[in-house]
Structures are given as C-alpha cells and as structure tokens.
Design a protein around this ligand. Structure first.
Ligand SMILES: [Zn+2]
Length: 160
C-alpha cells in the first residue's frame, strides 16, 4: 500500500482527533458556555456522540455519504464505522482508504457547519454540505492515489 498510508493505527487516530474537539457539552462543564445544546439542532446536548452522527443534520449527511461511497455498515457512530473499516479485510485497500477519508471529511464538514452556526448564526443546508464533502473526498482521493492503483479502483473513484 505504501504511500497512501492506510494503516489501522493511522485510521484509528481519526477517532482520537474527533474526540479532542471542544464540544459545547465540554465547554459548558468548564463554565465557558451557558448551555450545552447542539448548535445545529438546538434540541440535544452537543456531545461527540450527538454530533457524529446522531444529530438529524449529521445523521442525514453521514447516511448519504455512506451510501455514496459504498459503506455497507449499519452503524451511525463515527468511531464504529472507522473501526469497522480498519478491521475489514474484504475489498481493496484503496476503496477502504477512500471510505475512511469520506467519513473523516464528513466529520470535518459537520464541525465546520457547527462553527459557522456558532460564529455567523448560519446553518448550511444538507444538500450543499453533502455535495461539498463529495467534492473534497473525490479531489483528495484522486490526488493521493498510489502509483500501483488498479484500473478498477481508479475508475470507481472517478465515477463517484
Ligand atoms: Zn444536533
């Protein structure tokens, strides 16, 4: 696999990174925020679990992205999906790399939507967010492809 760097260790550090984000639940606990409500839906506590991907907004984005890149796992928990991809032996590594990148991009974009809600009081719509995730995943995957990629994998990425 080489350059593409799809290793179980590196993929699991995605889970760690997500866990480090300062959610409102954490900020509320240390007295920085007046409440702990999710900035996107305003209905539930903004925990990692909620943001990735129980919130109706992120749930819809994650579900569409999973279908789009062919992740056949029922889970809607970011860490569970990543762990499942890291454990998986079936299917090509390139494909799993793209799928993990897609989930990572989904958390990144949802965190951006959440920050935009915080700073400029604007919530991006789901269609736009999903399209944006798809564009960055495709662009990043095409530019990070290892030299020895099979035509089948390349065609698959191009078809996304
Ligand atoms: Zn929410």
């Amino acid at each position: 696999m080489g350059k593409i760097g799809f290793a179980k260790a590196s993929i699991l550090c995605l889970v760690d990174n997500a866990a480090k984000l300062q959610t409102k639940e954490k900020l509320h606990k240390i007295g920085v925020c007046a409440d702990s409500l999710c900035l996107i839906c305003g209905e539930h506590d903004e925990t990692h679990e909620h943001l990735f991907f129980k919130c109706h907004f992120s749930k819809e984005c994650a579900t569409r992205i999973k279908t789009w890149c062919g992740i056949n796992n029922q889970s809607l928990s970011f860490s569970q999906i990543i762990e499942w991809l890291a454990r998986r032996r079936r299917g090509s590594q390139v494909r799993r790399f793209v799928q993990a990148a897609a989930m990572e991009a989904t958390t990144y974009c949802i965190w951006r939507v959440r920050n935009e809600a915080y700073w400029v009081h604007k919530i991006q719509n789901i269609d736009h967010t999903v399209k944006h995730i798809q564009q960055i995943v495709k662009a990043r995957s095409l530019c990070c492809l290892p030299k020895k990629v099979s035509n089948r994998d390349k065609e698959w990425i191009e078809s996304l």
